[in-house]
Write a protein that binds this ligand. Structure first.
Ligand code: SAH
Ligand code: SF4
Ligand code: F3S
Length: 470
């Protein structure tokens, strides 16, 4: 039998991910960094030696959730110590970046605070935290608790991270762009993720090939502003997202491509054209608009008006008639009048969205929006959000119902809650529930969609296609 103690095996890490897909990707990469240190993934915090909270700062309640989770972890740590064991607590992600030392002040049980650009340094930070813990156990007084790294290093973390292993049921994320220079007045991302950065073309293509070799048939290209991508190619030229999509679609084995999140200002002609020309690019686009009022869009510093957005929708649908659109909306931005809100409702009616995320404006410290004096009462925001979500909910249901009766390829992702049930995604990112063999997870199979509901569809596997895939 192999002596695994020597290699530091048997350690377990639990990573809880909040926020956007960039964080989902980063959590996988943190697991990749920790694996060579002997860390396997735990299913729950109480089975772990190390807990990492990969946090989100986007809205107030997102940050507050982190502190309540940290309170619970402090109790676990205290109980462990009473038994002579320990629990290392690390805070990563955007709250780590934005609040840094404040986190340790508010919750001294935290051992490590690491910003999104420094994950490759986790092994060093862990070693430092262990040294500190040992000194404290020996009764040493230390100038401050916690090990912090929230610098924006000159070098990209991508140059130091190991090869990714994060392929789940045939799907993988590939981060191609980070940070944001847009400075919408409500948003913390430019402060928590830093300046806009595009990974070089060669690095992206190499990672795409690795993912395909590891079993990915669907790749989602990620970035805070993914369509602002401008990566340097080997010949010194600059590639935009459209060119990158064409190239990745050419890799043998890539059946589905998606990208998220986009900014309307960065939807250029070539990218629109690609939607009609590259069959692997799925007919679904998440394009946040935030508001339908020019006045509010201006106050948000979105740098696009209502007409620019509507014009894009027309051109995208001309390029790809079955394109489904999704978006983000904020209601109750400071100064939003009833008329402004009506403009948003009219825009939604005009476009027709297949799905959407919508939020009450949340004041984020340090952003220009937080300093505006005409903040709206909670009751107004709540009423507007309810009306907006009712409309978007009806549109999502209508979209799902419109697909009932058709046959479409579905990529199966996981087992359902009911025995014998599996769940997959249509090209339009709708969830489909069917009775099927779990062996189909990770494969694309034709499904006859039978019923459309508010959040999903029911379907039946088309027999010939099942046999082809099985
Ligand atoms: N980069 C993307 C979105 C990033 S954040 C874009 O440019 O649109 C995801 C969503 O969170 C945003 O689209 C916005 O709708 C919402 N959001 C961001 N900050 C917010 C705030 N302070 N209050 C409420 N919603 C917010
Ligand atoms: Fe935030 Fe605006 Fe940048 Fe999107 S474009 S990440 S909303 S600042
Ligand atoms: Fe949240 Fe940071 Fe993403 S603030 S939405 S985790 S970029």
């Amino acid at each position: 039998m192999q002596d695994v103690r020597m290699t530091g095996q048997h350690k377990r890490v639990f990573i809880r991910t909040y926020g956007c897909q960039m964080n989902v990707y980063d959590s996988d990469r943190m697991a990749d960094v920790l694996r060579p240190l002997g860390y396997a993934l735990a299913d729950a915090p109480d089975q772990a030696d190390l807990v990492v909270l990969n946090t989100c700062h986007i809205r107030e309640h997102a940050s507050e959730k982190v502190y309540s989770e940290l309170g619970r972890l402090r109790d676990v740590k205290r109980d462990r110590r009473a038994e002579g064991r320990d629990l290392t607590i690390a805070v990563a992600g955007c709250v780590a970046q934005a609040e840094g030392e404040e986190i340790v002040k508010r919750q001294p049980a935290v051992d490590i605070v690491v910003g999104p650009q420094s994950y490759h340094r986790l092994p060093e930070l862990l070693a430092e935290a262990e040294r500190k813990a040992a000194l404290l156990r020996n009764g040493k007084r230390l100038p401050g608790a916690g090990v912090l790294d929230t610098d924006f290093p000159a070098e990209s973390k991508f140059d130091h991270l190991p090869a990714p292993l994060g392929v789940r049921a045939g799907s993988a994320f590939l981060s191609i762009q980070e940070g944001c220079d847009k400075f919408c007045t409500f948003c913390v991302v430019p402060y928590t993720r830093g300046a806009e950065y595009s990974r070089p073309v060669a690095a992206v293509l190499a990672e795409a090939r690795q993912l395909v070799a590891a079993g990915a048939i669907e790749i989602t290209l990620l970035g805070q502003n993914v369509n602002a991508y401008h990566g340097e190619a080997a010949d010194g030229s600059t590639w935009g997202l459209a060119r990158l999509i064409r190239e990745i679609a050419g890799i043998d084995g890539v059946a589905r491509l998606r990208y998220t999140t986009s900014h309307p200002r960065d939807m250029d002609d070539e990218l629109i054209a690609v939607h009609g020309e590259v069959p692997q690019l799925m007919p679904y686009l998440h394009l946040p608009v935030q508001s339908g009022s020019d006045r509010i869009l201006e106050a948000m510093n979105r740098r696009h008006g209502r007409d620019l957005f509507l014009g894009l929708v027309d051109r995208l649908r001309a390029a790809r008639p079955d394109l489904a659109l999704s978006s983000d909306f904020i209601v109750g931005f400071p100064g939003e009048s009833d008329a402004d809100f009506d403009d948003t409702m009219r825009l939604i009616e005009q476009v027709g969205f297949a799905s959407a995320f919508s939020f009450k404006y949340s004041r984020r410290p340090g952003t220009p929006g937080a300093a505006l004096t005409d903040q709206l009462p909670e009751s107004v925001k709540a009423a507007r959000l309810a009306a907006l979500q009712a409309l978007l909910g009806r549109q999502a249901r209508d979209f799902n119902v419109s697909k009932a009766g058709t046959t479409t390829p579905v990529l199966f992702a996981e087992a359902g809650r009911k025995p014998g049930q599996i769940i997959g995604k249509t090209p339009w990112l709708q969830s489909v529930y069917v009775e099927g063999n779990p062996r189909l997870i990770g494969r694309i199979v034709d499904v006859h969609l039978t019923e459309g509901h508010a959040n999903s569809l029911a379907g039946r596997i088309v027999t010939g296609s099942y046999e082809a895939a099985a």
